[in-house]
Design a protein around this ligand. Structure first.
Ligand SMILES: C[S@@+](CC[C@H](N)C(=O)[O-])C[C@H]1O[C@@H](n2cnc3c(N)ncnc32)[C@H](O)[C@@H]1O
Length: 206
C-alpha cells in the first residue's frame, strides 16, 4: 500500500496507543530540540501523527502548525489540545505537497516521515524552503546505514508486501548531502544507540 492517508487512518488508533519505542531516547530528542527553541518562534511539524510531540513543545514557542494528511491522527492531537487547554497548536490536515510557501517558520520538524515519502529529496527541499534564516530543521529518519540487520530484514519484507507503506532506501550520507545541498548546515547528526534512525538538526544560516 502506498504511504497514504487511508493507510494511516486505518492504523491511527493502534499507532497512537502503542508505547514510544524507547522513552529515554524520545525524551532526549525532545530536550535536544527544546534547547534550540525560542518563545517568539513559529514552528511547523510535517507528519505530526498523534500531535504528542507538537503538544510537548507548545510551551516553548509562540505558535505551532502541526500538519498531517491523516484525519484520524489529527483528531487525537486536537482532542488532547482541547482537553489540556493548549491553544497555540493548530492542527491542519494537509499533505506535505499541499503546504504553501510562504509562510515560513523558525523551526521545521519531520520526525519519522522522510523515509515514507518516495521522493524524499524533494521533501527535504520543501522543508528547507519553509524555513526562515536562522531557523532549524529537526528530523528523525530511518536510513539504510543506521537500521539494525533485523530491521533491514523486516523492511525488505515490508517493501514487498502491498499492505504497508514502502520505506525509501536512504543512506545517512545521502540524507546529509541533500540537507546541505539545500543550504542548511548540519549541527547534530546523532544515531541513538540501538536505534534504527538518525536524528539530524540543521540550521539555515541567518
Ligand atoms: C510514522 S508516523 C510519525 C508520526 C510522528 N511524526 C511521530 O514521530 O510519531 C508518519 C506520519 O506522517 C504522516 N504522513 C506521511 N506522509 C505524509 C505526507 N506526505 N504529508 C503529510 N503527512 C504525511 C502520516 O499520516 C503519519 O501520521
Amino acid at each position: 500500500m502506498a504511504n497514504s492517508p487511508r493507510f494511516w487512518n486505518l492504523i491511527a488508533r493502534k499507532y497512537i496507543a502503542a508505547p514510544v519505542a524507547n522513552e529515554e531516547i524520545y525524551q532526549s530528542k525532545l530536550e535536544r530540540t527544546r534547547r534550540l527553541l525560542r518563545p517568539d518562534w513559529d514552528m511547523l511539524e510535517i507528519g505530526c501523527g498523534s500531535g504528542n510531540t507538537a503538544l510537548a513543545h507548545a510551551p516553548f514557542v509562540k505558535q505551532i502548525t502541526a500538519c498531517d494528511f491523516s484525519a484520524a491522527m489529527l483528531e487525537h492531537g486536537r482532542t488532547r489540545a482541547a482537553n489540556e487547554g493548549i491553544d497555540n497548536v493548530a492542527f491542519v490536515q494537509t499533505s506535505l505537497a499541499g503546504i504553501d510557501v510562504p509562510p515560513t517558520y523558525d523551526a521545521v520538524l519531520m520526525l519519522s516521515v522522510i523515509h515514507l515519502i518516495p521522493d524524499w529529496a524533494s521533501a527535504v527541499r520543501k522543508a528547507a524552503q519553509l524555513m526562515r534564516p536562522g531557523g532549524v530543521f529537526i528530523s528523525s529518519t530511518v536510513t539504510i546505514d543506521t537500521m539494525s540487520p533485523k530491521m533491514r530484514a523486516i523492511l525488505t519484507l515490508v517493501n514487498v508486501l502491498p499492505v504497508l507503506p514502502t520505506v525509501a532506501r536512504i543512506s545517512r550520507a545521502a540524507l546529509v548531502a541533500e540537507i546541505e545541498a539545500n543550504g542548511l548546515v548540519v549541527e547534530e547528526n546523532w544515531q541513538p544507540e540501538g536505534h534504527d534512525s538518525v536524528f539530524i538538526i540543521a540550521r539555515k544560516p541567518a
